[in-house]
Design a protein. Structure first.
Length: 275
């Protein structure tokens, strides 16, 4: 018999984990607790297993409890769980990318082993994610005893667990912002600059796409330093200065963004020369 698992909070991440463990083994989904019986039932229907709980007091003991709640609810959920259920020798983990397992102090004080498990992907469509979860990286940290159980359970549903430094959890989460959100912001600056030169926006996207795609492919194939090209990599600081002035005259905010990237790019170019 697989260890019993209670799911507290059933957003997209919790539902996906629940469905995958229910279908592929690892844990037996026991109860699902959300803010309303209706949402809990929807989660149970999506998962295909488990029963609805409408209050912490209704939760039964389980080997594993997942706090799949918002970051601002983790501490409160931990405290409520610690009050409601015996936790000695059980495992409690949350799914936040920004917060570490030290947010689970209440359940740790109650005897539980704690961890965090953060799947590194978008969960906009949980059905599609569940169907294509294999290969998903999950940043994990926490008590060794908890990770010894969770790592193989994650591997059983196709995940690739990656241990991370709990003290750098916020920096780890910022890495995703750089790789996704801020990348979009920089590309938007490129598209707007093309348009400032009289190029229609659809054509601007066509011009930027091969540059961006080839640069990203080179980063992932060769590493960032080796992939760097352009005036800073060549040491052409006169061109950089002219561009800085021109961009700032066109749009002050975009000029500030350009200037902010000069220093880090210069440091990257220095690393390239050292290789």
């Amino acid at each position: 018999m697989a260890p019993a698992l209670n799911l507290i909070g059933a957003g997209h991440v919790g539902r996906v984990f629940g469905r995958l463990w229910a279908q592929q083994g690892g844990f037996c989904i026991q109860q699902v607790l959300t803010r309303s019986a209706a949402s809990a039932q929807q989660a149970v229907d999506f998962i295909g297993a488990g029963s609805v709980a409408t209050a912490y007091a209704q939760l039964q003991p389980a080997a594993v409890h997942v706090l799949a709640v918002g970051d601002d609810q983790i501490v409160a959920a931990s405290a409520a769980l610690a009050r409601a259920v015996p936790l000695t020798d059980s495992i409690v983990f949350h799914c936040s990318g920004a917060l570490a397992s030290d947010q689970l102090g209440a359940v740790r004080d109650a005897g539980a082993l704690v961890a965090s498990v953060h799947p590194i992907r978008s969960f906009a469509d949980p059905g599609a994610v569940a169907a294509q979860f294999s290969g998903t990286f999950c940043g994990i940290e926490g008590d060794a005893g908890a990770l010894a159980v969770l790592a193989p359970a994650l591997q059983a549903i196709g995940a690739q667990p990656v241990p991370i430094d709990a003290s750098a959890k916020t920096v780890y989460h910022a890495a995703a912002v750089f790789a996704s959100n801020y990348l979009v912001t920089v590309l938007d600056a490129a598209l707007r600059a093309y348009q400032a030169a009289g190029i229609p926006e659809p054509v601007a996207r066509q011009l930027a796409q091969p540059l961006a795609s080839e640069s990203m492919a080179n980063v992932f194939r060769l590493g960032a330093a080796a992939a760097l090209s352009g005036p800073i990599a060549r040491g052409d600081l006169a061109t950089v200065a002219r561009q800085q002035q021109a961009v700032s005259q066109w749009d002050a905010d975009t000029g500030a963004l350009y200037q902010a990237l000069v220093g880090p790019t210069t440091a990257l170019a220095a690393r390239k020369r050292q290789k």
